[in-house]
Design a protein around this ligand. Structure first.
Ligand code: SF4
Ligand code: SF4
Length: 208
């Protein structure tokens, strides 16, 4: 168990709903859920998840901390917004799904080899390096994120798509040399470091 996870589990012992309200994006909406099940019924993927949204909200209120933070259900949300559009209580379901995934990652509880988490990290690392996404490098990282052999297979399978993107100017082979970025990358890094510092202080303060 990570140190932060231990601190948070101790601080909120017996009140996982409060932990979610304090630390998960839009978490304060969870208590508004009336368990009608419309979100789970509207979610195009929910029936394939271990726990669809309505069930996750019920589990949060039932203090099932390990089960909620350890599942990969919320990682499968595609942000289609069907659930939010139909929820009679206006619960911000999509944002809570992403918030739960982010919080689980922060605590080191993401299920091993979770593909969305892996890609999110690759996207973040790519984007924050220069302030703009280098599509070529991101595509290659995605292909090879599960190893070299797997990467070659995926690259071969998608070579037509890659060529079409280059032809259409959607991806440039020159980006392998570095690609474009914002005018002040060091300013961007300072801003991101400051944001991280503030977030760490917030968590430390809450966890102390
Ligand atoms: S649709 Fe809204 S109220 Fe109904 S179960 Fe889902 S979150 Fe709860
Ligand atoms: S936004 Fe996410 S949780 Fe909501 S319906 Fe779409 S996939 Fe399901």
């Amino acid at each position: 168990m990570s140190e932060l996870n231990q601190q948070m589990a101790e601080k909120y012992k017996g009140n996982f709903l409060k932990e979610v309200e304090d630390n998960v994006e839009e978490g304060e909406w969870v208590k508004m859920c009336m368990q009608c099940g419309v979100c789970s019924g509207s979610c195009p993927l929910g029936s394939d998840w271990e726990h669809p949204p309505q069930e996750l909200f019920m589990m949060i209120r039932a203090n099932k901390r390990d089960e909620v933070l350890g599942t990969d259900s919320m990682w499968n949300c595609t942000s289609c917004y069907n659930c939010i559009a139909r929820c009679p209580r206006g619960v911000q379901i999509t944002h809570i799904m992403h918030g739960l995934a982010h919080y689980a990652k922060k605590l080191g509880l993401t299920p091993k080899n979770q593909q969305t988490e892996k890609f999110s990290q690759l996207f973040w690392d790519n984007l924050t390096k220069k302030g703009r996404v280098n599509e070529l490098k991101l595509g290659l990282s995605l292909y090879f994120m599960n190893g070299f052999g797997e990467g070659v297979k995926v690259a071969m399978k998608n070579q037509k798509l890659g060529m079409a993107m280059m032809k259409a100017g959607r991806m440039s082979p020159m980006e392998i040399a570095g690609g474009h970025g914002v005018k002040d990358p060091s300013g961007l890094q300072k801003m991101l470091n400051k944001a991280q510092e503030l977030e760490d202080a917030r968590i430390r303060g809450e966890a102390s």
